[in-house]
Design a protein around this ligand. Structure first.
Ligand code: FAD
Ligand code: EPU
Length: 335
C-alpha cells in the first residue's frame, strides 16, 4: 500500500523531519514489482535504517522501505559457513547472531547501525575490516527491467566506502539479499590500535570473536553518539586519501599528523584530526553542531534542518581546504 505525505523523521538517524510525498514498504521482490507497476515515473529513494543519509528537503517522489527479512544457509564445510541474509535484516543483529553461533568475520563490524542491504552500498568498514572481506555475492532487483541480478565481489567494485552502486549503477538497483562467508576457524583481527588497548584494559590475552566484538562495542560507545539520544549519521566525511607530498607539507607545521598507508603509494589522513585542528570539534550552532568527542560526526541536538547540517559541512570543507589544502568529501548520502 502506498501512503502519502509521511514524515521521515522516525526513519533517519539524524532525526531530520522531511515529508515524503509517497511511501511504501516491501518484504519481497514480488511486492516491489507490485508497487512499481502502477507508479508514476517519479523519483525513488530506497531506505534501509536511514543511518547514512541527510535529508535536506522534502522528498517529492516515492520512498521504498526495505523490510525483506530472513536467513538461508547456502553451504557449510569444516572451515566455512555461507549464509544468505535478507536485505532488511538489522546489521548488528546479524553480527550478534554470528557471534552466538561462533561464526567469525564480522565481529570487528559490531554496532554499525543500519540494514544488511546497505552494507555493500559503501562497503561498510571499521576497526581493520570491511564487508568485502566476508562478502560472497548479492541479489538486486533491477528497477528498469524488474529482473533480479546477481553480483559477485568483482562486479561490486568495492573500495574504501565505495561500490559500483554508489557510482555507475547508482539508483538502478534495490539490493534484496547479501551472502556472506563466515569462518569456523577464526582469524582474530585485533591489529587496530584501540582494540589492543581495550583488550589490555580488560586483561584479555587470547581474545575470542566475542571478546573482539565486546571491545569494539566498548570503544564505539565511548566516542560515537548514540543516534537514539543525539541525531547523527556516523562519519560525515571520508578520510581523505592524498599524495605523500600533501602529507609532507602538513608535517612541516604539524609533525604528529595521523596518517595511514593507502594503495598506490598514497596516504590516508584522519578527517577527524583535520577538522579538530581547523577548530570545529565540539562547536555548537543553535541546535546542531560538531560532536564533542569525534569531530568527524555532525550532530542534530534538537530538530534542526538538514540544510543547516549541509551548510555546516560546507563551512568545514572550506576551512579544512584553506588550512591544509585538502578537500574533504562527504560520506553521507545527501538527499
Ligand atoms: P540507509 O541510510 O537507509 O541508506 C544508505 C544509502 O544506501 C542510501 O543512498 C540508500 O538509498 C541506499 N540503500 C539502502 N538500502 C538499500 C538497498 N537495499 N538497495 C539499494 N540501495 C539501498 N558506516 C561504516 O561503514 N562504518 C562505521 O563504523 C559506521 N559507524 C556508524 C556509526 C553511527 C553512530 C551511525 C549513525 C552510522 C555509522 N555508519 C558507519 C554509517 C551507516 O551505519 C552505514 O553506512 C550503514 O550501512 C547504512 O545502512 P542503512 O540501512 O541505515 O542505510
Ligand atoms: N581524531 C582526532 N580528532 C577527532 C577524531 C579523530 O584527532 O575528533 C584522530 C584520532 O586521534 C585518530 C584518528 O583521527 O588518530 C582516527 O580516529 P578514529 O580511530 O576515531 O577513526 P576515524 O578515522 O575517525 C574511521 C571510520 C569510522 C570507523 C572508525 C573505526 C571513516 C570515514 N570513518 O573513523 O566509520 O568506525 O574509523 O574503524 O572511515 C562511519 O563510516 O560512519 C564511521 C563511523
Amino acid at each position: 500500500m502506498i501512503q502519502t505525505n509521511i514524515d521521515l523523521k522516525p526513519f533517519n538517524t539524524f532525526g531530520i523531519s522531511a515529508i515524503a510525498k509517497r511511501f511504501a514498504t516491501f518484504s519481497s521482490t514480488e511486492e516491489i514489482t507490485n508497487i512499481l507497476t502502477n507508479r508514476d515515473k517519479d523519483e525513488l529513494l530506497v531506505l534501509g535504517g536511514g543511518s547514512n543519509l541527510l535529508l535536506t528537503q522534502d522528498f517529492e517522489g516515492l520512498v521504498l522501505k526495505n523490510e525483506i527479512r530472513g536467513y538461508e544457509l547456502i553451504s557449510e564445510d569444516d572451515d566455512f559457513v555461507s549464509v544468505k541474509v535478507g536485505a532488511g535484516e538489522i546489521w548488528h543483529e546479524f553480527v550478534l547472531m554470528c557471534i552466538g553461533k561462533n561464526l567469525g568475520g564480522v565481529e570487528n563490524l559490531s554496532l554499525i547501525p543500519g540494514h544488511v542491504g546497505a552494507s555493500p552500498m559503501q562497503n561498510i568498514g571499521a576497526y581493520g575490516v570491511e564487508i568485502k572481506d566476508v562478502f560472497v555475492s548479492l541479489e538486486a532487483y533491477h528497477i528498469e527491467s524488474g529482473e533480479v541480478h546477481t553480483f559477485d565481489k568483482a562486479a561490486c567494485k568495492f573500495g574504501y566506502r565505495e561500490s559500483v552502486f554508489k557510482r555507475s549503477l547508482k539508483g538502478q538497483y534495490i539490493i534484496t539479499s547479501v551472502t556472506y562467508q563466515l569462518t569456523k576457524k577464526h582469524a582474530i583481527n585485533s591489529s587496530y590500535g584501540a582494540i589492543e588497548d581495550e583488550l589490555k584494559k580488560q586483561l584479555i590475552e587470547n581474545p575470542t570473536i566475542k571478546d573482539i566484538s565486546d571491545a569494539v562495542i566498548a570503544i564505539r560507545s565511548s566516542k560515537l553518539p548514540n543516534p537514539e539520544e543525539i541525531g547523527n549519521a556516523g562519519s560525515f566525511f571520508k578520510n581523505p586519501v592524498v599524495d605523500t607530498t600533501v602529507l609532507e607539507q602538513i608535517q612541516e607545521s604539524h609533525e604528529s599528523v595521523p596518517n595511514y598507508p593507502a594503495p598506490d603509494n598514497k596516504v590516508k589522513l584522519a578527517a577527524g584530526w583535520l577538522i579538530e585542528q581547523a577548530g570545529w570539534k565540539g562547536k555548537t550552532l543553535n541546535n546542531f553542531g560538531v560532536h564533542k568527542k569525534q569531530a568527524l560526526v555532525l550532530v542534530n541536538y534538537d530538530n534542526c534542518k538538514g540544510q543547516e547540517i549541509f551548510d555546516l559541512s560546507t563551512s568545514i570543507i572550506n576551512d579544512v581546504k584553506e588550512k591544509f589544502g585538502v578537500t574533504l568529501e562527504r560520506e553521507v548520502n545527501i538527499i
